[in-house]
Design a protein around this ligand. Structure first.
Ligand SMILES: [Zn+2]
Ligand SMILES: [Zn+2]
Ligand SMILES: [Zn+2]
Length: 255
């Protein structure tokens, strides 16, 4: 059994967006409050997090998570990496570093962003991140096979991840056909859908739905949503069978 918890389902600014007075940002429905996008996967007695954005601390507190076996990073944008300083709390509990899996380019960005946590002048008490460099090839965390999926975020190469019958795709607006082939027939496809109108660096609603159909996903959950996507309750009603809107705190199981 694989269990997924959505820690956050919002776009880079989160929802509500600072200073916005729109009906989504002012909504009293908790499903319209979206922290920065991240999921945690519970599988084979391991807890694997995908992305650790700006709301990481708040998300771990909310879900009462006090240990992680690995963090997979999709790309270097701060809404996916900006919370990593808070792995200090996990370092303290487990007395060891946290294993982080990312591409070389992303690792370089982390070493710059968190310069105090790396190198010979590492600051005492700084977060301890053990970086494992991956590329677009299969890798293992113990007996869990993870298949990266290459896509593009405007021109920036990003990695999605396939674990068992789950595929997690975020911050992409293009996936080449050979990569789409990797995520055919998933039980659950999670995919970014920032808004209804087309967007230069993210899939819009129609594009996300078309990928779910093309890859024959049994269930699809939309994430990385902005306030422009509309109210959760209205969006949910308007979607075709098998397409769902994720929300913060949602848990799903794949047997
Ligand atoms: Zn993002
Ligand atoms: Zn708004
Ligand atoms: Zn991004």
């Amino acid at each position: 059994m694989l269990e997924i918890t959505f820690l956050g389902t919002g776009t880079s600014s989160g929802v509500p967006m600072i200073g916005c007075e729109c009906e989504v940002c002012k909504s009293s429905d908790p499903k319209d409050n979206r922290l920065r996008s991240s999921i945690i996967i519970n599988y084979k007695n391991k807890k694997i997090l995908i992305d650790a954005g700006t709301d990481f601390r708040q998300q771990l507190l909310r879900e009462k998570i006090n240990s992680l076996d690995a963090i997979l990073i999709t790309h270097e944008h701060r809404d996916h990496t900006g919370g990593l300083d808070d792995v200090r709390a996990l370092n303290y509990i487990t007395k060891k570093g946290i294993d982080i899996y990312c591409e070389e380019r992303v690792a370089k960005s982390l070493r710059n962003e968190y310069s105090y946590a790396f190198g010979e002048h590492r600051y005492p008490g700084a977060p301890k991140m053990d970086i494992h460099i991956i590329d677009n090839s299969k890798f293992y965390i113990d007996d869990i096979e993870i298949t990266p999926v290459r896509g593009y975020h405007l021109n920036l190469p990003v990695l999605g991840y396939k674990i068992a019958n789950l595929a997690y795709i975020t911050d992409m607006n293009y996936i080449p056909q050979d990569q789409l082939n990797k995520i055919e027939d998933m039980s659950v496809l999670i995919i970014n859908s920032v808004r209804k109108q087309r967007h230069p660096s993210h899939f819009c609603l129609e594009e996300a739905i078309s990928i779910a159909k093309k890859t024959n996903a049994r269930m699809c959950y939309l994430t990385h949503l902005s306030h422009q996507i509309g109210l959760h309750s209205q969006l949910e009603k308007s979607l075709p069978q098998g397409i769902n809107v994720a929300y913060d705190g949602l848990k799903i199981r794949i047997d």
